[in-house]
Design a protein around this ligand. Sequence first.
Ligand code: NAD
Length: 434
Amino acid sequence: MENYQELTLKQQSFFRSGKTKDLTFRMEMLTKLKDLVSSHEQDIIDALKADLNKPEAEAKRAEAGLVLGEINFMMENLSSWAARKEAKTPASHAGAVSFIVPEPYGSALIIAPWNYPFQLAVNPLVGAIAAGNCAVLKPSELTPHTSRLLAKMINENFPEEYLHVVEGEVETSTALLKEKFDYIFFTGSTGVGRIVAEAAAKHLTPVTLELGGKSPVIVSEDADLDEAAARIVRGKFANAGQTCVAPDYILAHRNVKDQLIAKLKEAVTETYGENISENPDFPHVVSERHFDRLQKFLGNGKLVLGGYSDKAQLFIEPAILDGITWEDPVMQDEIFGPILPVLVFDELPEAIESIVKRPKPLALYLFSDDEAVQDEVLNTISFGGGAINDTISHMTSHYLPFGGVGDSGMGAYHGQASFDTFTHFKSMLKRPAK
Ligand code: NAD
């Protein structure tokens, strides 16, 4: 097995030199990264096309664009976030002053998934740099073109004792996880999240786990069905359903279910055209293994839209399944593909109960303008984050920390939350010497 001790020792030594803590250095490195992302935009688009058939507009917006937005936001706010903060001092400690010193952890390990293989690798890196850390990044092996590009961009432009990309498969992750890092930031599946947490526990290394799960959409009887259908389709079928916060399934009120399905079908045609298999911009499923796993679900319940698939192209047409129950195979794990099951409920408490007795979702979406319904859902269901009358949009706000809870993860990032995640806040009390 590969051995990364030398790399981690080099990073620890560079970190101890104090260079990465310097605010000017951090700003220079963020500027350099920003320039690299801008100047490689076409390479990023090409790599994502080759790996996932990701359309150019999506690659620009949801990968390179999101990263550039995050870097800009960091640079605008870094000096205030990195400054010492005054804290109150209790009367019992009269004569002393209190303050908090934000300090970087040291060397961070970032392990990334394949679904947004550029953005989900580089955004955590931006947080690590801004907070003043060194970092080792392990991209996903399932998107090899993006992995290679990341290695080229980072390893040719930054010294390895500061930032380094290590490409490889599970064994590479396993070997990296044997080393002692000061922070681990993992994005991926819940199962692998457990393995990462176990490895981190051996060194008592703090972790952020950005995991997945089955994210529900509740469509209440009062929902605006036209808007609900359009917004569900946009969140579900973007990236062929391979988005961690994509709606996994719909829980629709029985009285509106049929109408909703009719509108969902219209919204799919409006968004992707009549013959989606001929749409050159519809993304592919990432691998044959995922294709086979997904194709089996097409036989669950009653297929009311889609059904066409082509293994040679790793293409699965957007599909909607009616008449689904919790016992169906499609409801056992996160789907992570362009297949949308619809279940019904009669009373809201019944829908809530079916969610809360299962693992806590990464996201939840509610379509209803009724504040009593909104409050009931928010007060009774625990989930990472979500939206009311929309899907997935909470993920792209700099002002909303993004992360899961329970089986969908721990910790959060984006905007200030990214800076805070890669920062230890050192609490200090100072008394006069005499
Ligand atoms: P994955 O867990 O299979 O792989 C993620 C990373 O871990 C890859 O770099 C992989 O090489 C590595 N890895 C795989 N097996 C490992 C092992 N045994 N030991 C150590 N490392 C290992 O996840 P994936 O298939 O790349 O991504 C899909 C999952 O990620 C979905 O569950 C999705 O919901 C989740 N996800 C979550 C977020 C989020 O922000 N919360 C974002 C994207 C994806």
